[in-house]
Design a protein around this ligand. Structure first.
Ligand SMILES: NC(=O)c1ccc[n+]([C@@H]2O[C@H](COP(=O)([O-])OP(=O)(O)OC[C@H]3O[C@@H](n4cnc5c(N)ncnc54)[C@H](O)[C@@H]3O)[C@@H](O)[C@H]2O)c1
Length: 321
């Protein structure tokens, strides 16, 4: 039995994490987000509440009043949205994280998961197999707040002995909830367009290589990390994880095997410079050694699974005559 708090639960990761948690935990999940209305499927084990993570008192109260054992702190402003409103990104990503960490200490939370990102790397990092420990300074507000967040995880672990764990997610691919705020979102959108028979305009150049992972692997890795013995978790900033990397052109070619008519036009926008500041791949050795990180989906399986699911969904909406 564990009572779990999720912040940012209506987002791309939160909406999927809930199903994975329900399958492995008993207890109540307190799913929270800044929006008044929940878009989550109703479930007797899930209670929805409004929580703005910038509000210290609200964060303290929800953790204290509901006897929370574990927190999955997902509320965040991502890379593309962050560049549009850096002050908001700073407040949500840093003030929100400090509020969650403080309340977890004062209210006796047992474990905290807070994802980081490949956005913590800056343009000087080596492009292939970027190392977990690096001295590369991020150039986006998202990366800056997330890199500072990683330092805070380690600080709270050392100073208050709170069991904070973290993964640097790469671009996450999922068909259940559309991503809306990141730089790697094009990949999900491109697969969706190919499956629904439309052409696609891509906001990154065709040769922009970025690390990625399918959502089921990201969620299983998260639960794997969170259930590993504490002594195995040697890294208290954040672990590098990824499954594969590809360029928009490589994804287009993969999709053309499923839909030979599919076409993409490349029109880079402001997100190109964000993508150019990130590595092509990252070194996952620590995650393998410490808690046996092992994703199962390769690119082909990911694309074909997402494509089939989008097809099924659009056939339900527009049944064949
Ligand atoms: N999706 C990815 O590809 C990806 C990649 C790397 C890292 N991550 C990390 O994973 C976590 C979750 O990302 P996501 O993809 O679900 O993002 P998302 O943008 O889909 O969801 C974030 C959620 O946070 C909520 N939120 C925003 N401001 C808030 C506030 N002040 N208080 C409470 N909630 C607020 C939003 O309403 C949204 O539902 C983030 O920490 C992100 O940095 C995601």
């Amino acid at each position: 039995m564990a009572n779990i708090l999720i912040t940012g639960a209506l987002g791309q990761v939160g909406s999927e994490l809930i199903d994975f948690l329900l399958a492995s935990y008993s207890g109540t999940i307190y799913a929270t987000d800044i929006h008044k209305e929940s878009t989550l499927k109703s479930n007797p084990s899930v209670k929805y509440a409004v929580l703005d993570v910038r509000n210290r008192e609200m964060v303290e109260n929800i953790i204290g009043e509901n006897d929370i054992d574990e927190v999955y702190h997902l509320a965040s402003i991502l890379s593309a949205s962050g560049e549009k409103d850096p002050y908001m990104a700073y407040n949500v990503n840093l003030t929100g994280t400090v509020n969650v960490l403080n309340a977890s200490v004062t209210r006796g939370v047992k474990k905290v998961f807070i994802p980081s990102t490949i956005g913590v790397f800056g343009p000087e990092v080596q492009k292939e197999k970027a190392p977990r420990r690096h001295a590369s300074i991020p150039t986006t507000i998202y990366g800056i707040t997330k890199a500072a967040g990683e330092m805070l995880f380690q600080y709270y672990y050392n100073k208050y002995n709170i069991d904070v764990r973290s993964l640097r997610y790469p671009g996450l691919l999922s068909y259940k909830v559309a991503p809306t705020a990141g730089t790697t979102d094009y990949a999900v959108d491109m697969i969706k367009h190919a499956a629904s028979g439309n052409s696609y305009e891509c906001y990154l150049k065709d040769d922009t290589r970025l690390p990625m992972m399918y959502m089921p692997d990201a969620m299983n890795s998260t639960l794997h990390l969170m259930t590993a013995p504490a002594e195995n978790i040697r890294v208290r900033t954040s672990y590098n994880v990824m499954s594969y990397s590809f360029t928009p052109r490589e994804l287009e070619n993969e999709l053309r095997e499923l839909n030979p008519e599919f076409r993409v036009v490349y029109k880079p926008d402001f997100r190109q410079s964000i993508a150019d500041s990130w590595p092509w791949s990252i070194d996952v050795t620590d995650a393998i050694n410490d808690w046996e990180f092992k994703p199962v989906f390769d690119l082909k399986n990911t694309v074909s699974d997402m494509f089939q699911n989008y097809r099924k969904f659009s056939e339900k909406l527009n049944p064949p005559d």
